[in-house]
Write a protein that binds this ligand. Structure first.
Ligand code: IMP
Length: 829
């Protein structure tokens, strides 16, 4: 045990901190200059925006670190139960503006920076996004951190410090081309690279048994290849509450011993190669891919961060505790999807092999510690590892998984005697060639809580994905509808709207989003609507400039900004949106006098590099844009834009400028979605299916303030089997649909090439299209017509938009995190 440090800062220390850390415009400016000179060696008079950005970031970090130390000491002083949020992804984006806002220093920093001859906007633009995540799951983790800090929950985020984040996307000739995201090229001012604690992580090797001093048989994992895990901390400030937590990201480093072995043998190159190969573990974030099977490096990443995290958890736990009986009174671990589920056998290994607990006790501690969040309904996205690979990389863990499985199946067999098929379905091991370890089953069996991320998602988990498990453990399943942090997604991203809201109802909503409800009467106030419209228009003008700059396409801010930004995937149905664009195009050409509101249809999103069909959808959208944007018959009535390289900071620009939010996934496929919440909070109206959290958004805003179309989840599931109307029949019945499909098939968007988009045509026309695009197309068209009519009545549209903002209270991550804390983690908030 290490000697504990005092639990609170002494008065003298507090005094020193107060003097040292700047909180006035003047002292902030001095601190920036100090950082410029002392740490960057720059002459303040000759520094550029990027130097100022770095110096300002260090200044903010200084302020945060003091608060962080105080926060941590309080945890020790009050012996708080701690929560560990394990996630392979944290999609952070930029940190500067968010930190300044959360520290409550916006005006002071603005003044300080302007005094140096810069605007704060210009300085913020210097920051590279930290894209340590692929999409929804990673961004959710980042929003959670903000709420956890704001609610003063003793928690830590744990993940990997990827040297390369999510790839950059360029569009070349309309095709997605990937390039590496070298975000640490110039370092990041936000992290603390720490030399302690550094932990050793084992891989490969073999398992042996021995008799300990008491004569008990114990297991040991030996002859392993070892890699060191070095912590890099990033601080997360709560909103104006002096509470600062940290995310700890592990970086892989070569182990010194092995280096020395190579050197000792005179093998200099070998030593260097060993170093390089060890460090590849944290080199790169795996891009979105629904099938990681067989990728050894990904399994190693998962174990690497889990193993280091648990050594850190144990280190902290052991400072104040000697026994493990109360472990789960002190520690809660939330698994963000199955990516960290190897933590279950890892904790068992630590308790059995290192701490010497018996199986029953260890298992009891383990299941009371873990909680698992599921994020997907797509069966192909459920993680599975081949038994052979697991046995090679983590032989002891495979043994433990087999033991967990055996004991679990004995219990199932007892409960359902003779039901062999149930045993087969529920087993952690999937029998087949090759045999696979089902990580989702391991996570359900090893946790006391399994949650879905929206009401429909949880219902479908219980009825479909985990039906057998739900029958066995009905109390284990619960729902936690996702949310978004209002600090980033309204206060930071849309300062004008935040300012307008503040001027009418005050600032309480910033920490209690339900307070937005008091805006409701203002939906009928013409003056407020006018101001609201002006804010939206200003945001649209900002986006218009950005579109012009990045794509060269001129768009008109007064047109309807119809936006779909998210990962490109068949189930999210960007293709359905593209078909509507073709339909509109044909309408504008064939009926030039038709009264339809002009639209700017905006897409953005990345496709998995290996997902060729999604990449072809990107090409199609760009091909449609090419034709539509250059057709003089269309005039200014329709524009199509695909913005390259979608990321968090681009989202912050796009979302406040949207009029219409496209949330059109096939019902029963999207777990929750959080983009849908961000748009509605920023005053866009949703066109969507009854999927994920759209259902709850409809409940909140009222069905008259949202545009819903298409099959529901039950109908969609039924339709896949029954196939009552095939795409071919629909085309026969509806000439408008047929005409759209004809244009897609005849090469109208491919310079006459009928083959380019044939794979998309074939899947759309297939009677087995599992995403049911054509089946929902007519309903989508009718719904888009309702959107057109509503948009033409500007006052009616504005009323609906204001009501959407006013009714978004439920979707704050503050609410989500309160539920996790109270109902899963055993930490009353
Ligand atoms: P950790 O919890 O050991 O990771 O340490 C995080 C921070 O908490 C340290 O930098 C200290 O400021 C504080 N801290 C660590 N151990 C103790 C303790 O035993 N008592 C009070 N504060 C501590």
């Amino acid at each position: 045990m290490t000697t504990p440090t005092p639990d609170v800062l002494s008065e003298a220390e507090q005094g020193r901190c107060q003097e040292f850390f700047p909180t006035t415009a003047n002292s902030i400016q001095n601190n920036i200059i100090h950082h410029l000179m002392s740490f960057q060696g720059r002459d303040p008079e000759r520094s550029g925006a990027s130097d100022i950005y770095k110096a300002l970031a260090f200044t903010m970090r200084d302020i945060m670190v003091e608060k962080w130390i105080k926060t941590q000491k309080t945890y020790y002083a009050k012996e708080k139960k701690r929560v560990y949020y394990l996630s392979l992804e944290f999609l952070i984006g930029r940190s500067l503006s968010n930190a300044i806002i959360n520290l409550g220093l916006w005006d002071e920093v603005k003044q300080a920076v302007e005094g140096l001859g810069y605007s704060l906007g210009e300085i913020s633009e210097q920051e590279e996004d930290a894209a340590l995540g692929n999409g929804g799951l990673g961004r959710l983790a980042a929003c959670f951190m903000d709420s956890i800090a704001t609610l003063k929950i003793p928690a830590y985020g744990y993940g990997i410090r990827y040297e390369y984040g999510l790839f950059n996307q360029q569009l070349i000739n309309g095709y997605q081309v990937e390039s590496p995201d070298n975000w640490l090229r110039y370092g990041t001012p936000w992290e603390f690279e720490r030399r302690v604690p550094v932990f050793c992580v084992q891989f490969y090797g073999k398992v042996t048994t021995y008799q300990d001093e008491k004569g008990c048989f114990r297991t040991k994992w030996i002859d392993t290849e070892d890699v060191m895990a070095m912590p890099c901390d990033m601080l997360v400030p709560g909103y104006k509450n002096d509470h600062v937590i940290n995310m700890r990201f592990w970086a892989a480093r070569a182990s010194r011993e092995l280096d020395l072995t190579h050197f000792g043998e005179g093998d200099y190159i070998g030593a260097v190669q060993h170093k390089v190969s060890s460090e590849t573990i944290s080199k790169v974030l795996y891009p979105p891919d629904h099938n990681y099977a067989g990728q050894e490096l990904r399994l190693k990443q998962q174990y690497f961060f889990v193993c280091a995290t648990f050594q850190d958890i144990m280190r902290r736990y052991k400072k104040k505790n000697a026994m493990f009986d109360d472990f789960n009174d002190q520690v809660a671990v939330q698994l963000n999807d199955t990516h960290p589920a190897i933590a279950i056998p890892e904790l068992m290994r630590l308790l059995l092999d290192v701490e010497g607990l018996n199986w029953e006790k260890a298992w009891d501690v383990c299941t009371k510690t873990f909680a698992y969040t599921n994020h997907t309904l797509m069966p192909e996205a459920l993680e599975r590892w081949s038994v052979d690979l697991m046995g090679k990389v983590l032989p002891r863990h495979l043994q433990i998984i087999y033991e967990i499985n055996q004991r679990f199946l004995d219990q199932v067999a007892q409960q359902y005697p003779g039901d062999i098929d149930k045993l087969r379905r529920m087993s952690i091991i999937e029998e087949g060639y090759p045999k696979m370890v089902r990580m989702a089953h391991l996570a359900v069996i090893g946790s006391h809580s399994v949650n879905g991320v929206a009401a429909l998602h949880t219902q479908l988990l219980k009825e479909r994905t985990f039906k057998d498990f739900h029958a066995l453990y009905p109390d284990r399943f619960n729902s936690k509808t996702n949310g978004i942090t209002p600090r980033r997604w309204l206060l930071t991203a849309n300062p004008e709207l935040a300012g307008l809201i503040n001027s009418r109802i005050g600032t309480g909503w910033e920490v209690d989003l339900e307070e937005l409800r008091t805006l409701e009467p203002l939906a009928d106030d013409p003056e407020f609507r006018e101001a609201f419209w002006q804010v939206k228009l200003n945001n649209k003008k900002r986006l218009t400039d950005y579109i012009q700059l990045t794509t060269g396409v001129e768009v008109i801010p007064e047109t309807m900004f119809d936006v779909q930004v998210k990962r490109i995937h068949e189930y999210k149905r960007q293709l359905l949106n593209a078909l509507h664009v073709i339909y509109l195009y044909q309408k504008f050409v064939s009926e030039p006098d038709l009264e339809l509101p002009p639209r700017t249809v905006i897409f953005a999103g990345k496709a998995a590099p290996s997902y060729w069909r999604a990449k072809l959808i990107i090409k199609l959208i760009n091909a449609i844009a090419e034709v539509v944007n250059h057709d003089p018959r269309i005039g200014d009535r329709l524009r199509v834009v695909f913005l390259p390289n979608y990321n968090v900071s681009q989202a912050e620009l796009i979302i406040p400028a949207a009029d219409l939010s496209e949330q059109i996934s096939t019902a029963g496929t999207e777990a929750s979605g959080t983009g849908n919440m961000k748009f509605a909070l920023n005053g866009a109206l949703t066109i969507g299916t009854l999927d994920g959290a759209n259902i709850e958004i409809r409940e909140e805003v009222g069905e008259e303030n949202i545009f819903i179309f298409g099959l529901n989840a039950e109908e969609a599931a039924f339709e896949r089997i029954r196939n009552s109307r095939t795409p071919e029949q629909i085309c026969r019945d509806n000439p408008e649909v047929a005409e759209v499909m004809e244009a897609l098939a005849d090469g109208s968007f491919a310079q006459g090439d009928r083959n380019l988009f044939k794979p998309l045509v074939d899947s759309l026309m297939s009677p087995h299209d599992q995403y049911l695009l054509i089946r929902d197309f007519e309903s989508y068209l009718a719904c888009q017509q309702r959107v057109n009519e509503a948009f033409l009545d500007q006052q009616c549209w504005l009323r609906m938009a204001v009501l959407n903002v006013a009714r978004m209270g439920k979707f704050s991550t503050d609410r989500t995190i309160r539920q996790y804390a109270n109902e899963i983690w055993g930490i009353p908030v």
